[in-house]
Design a binder for this molecule. Structure first.
Ligand SMILES: [Zn+2]
Length: 150
């Protein structure tokens, strides 16, 4: 893992047309940008850790421990950098079919609208880890003060 990510990171930093802010974040945190969303950049470290860096506070990072988020970030990384392909998250017997896309890997609503940049809950894999609740009770989680702000 280490060598593959380090090589891809070096190549990214040398890419002339790389986004300057993303390049800065990659350099500062020693990690390869694999996925961007509205609030944060997700990066893969040579150790295999996935971190997220808020666009507004780029000197800090959060370690991503949610297996679904990790899988999403790594899988999207394999699509951006073909050399990361050996790191593709592995589906197990216990993985569950994504309840949002029924395994297609594409958000059905976004697909209808032709939105290519909207990711399904599963991150495009079509399956989610066995420990994931599938996002069905998302609103309940948001109202739970225990999980707020984590
Ligand atoms: Zn899905």
């Amino acid at each position: 893992m280490r060598g593959i990510v380090e090589r891809a990171l070096r190549a990214f930093l040398e890419t002339r047309d790389a986004d300057e802010k993303l390049r800065e974040i990659a350099k500062r945190h020693g990690a390869l940008p694999v996925l961007n969303d509205m609030s944060a950049a997700y990066l893969l470290r040579p150790t295999g850790d996935v971190i997220s860096v808020d666009w507004d506070t780029t000197d800090r990072f959060d370690l991503e421990v949610d297996p679904r988020i990790r899988n999403t970030a790594i899988y999207q990384g394999t699509r951006k950098y073909p050399e990361l392909e050996p790191l593709t998250p592995t589906r197990t017997d216990k993985s569950k079919v994504c309840p949002h896309c029924d395994g297609a890997g594409k958000d059905p609503d976004a697909a209808k609208l032709g939105l290519e940049n909207v990711l399904c809950y599963c991150g495009g894999l079509g399956w989610i880890p066995e420990t994931d609740h599938g996002g069905i009770h998302e609103n309940v989680d948001c109202a739970d003060p225990e999980s707020a702000g984590t």
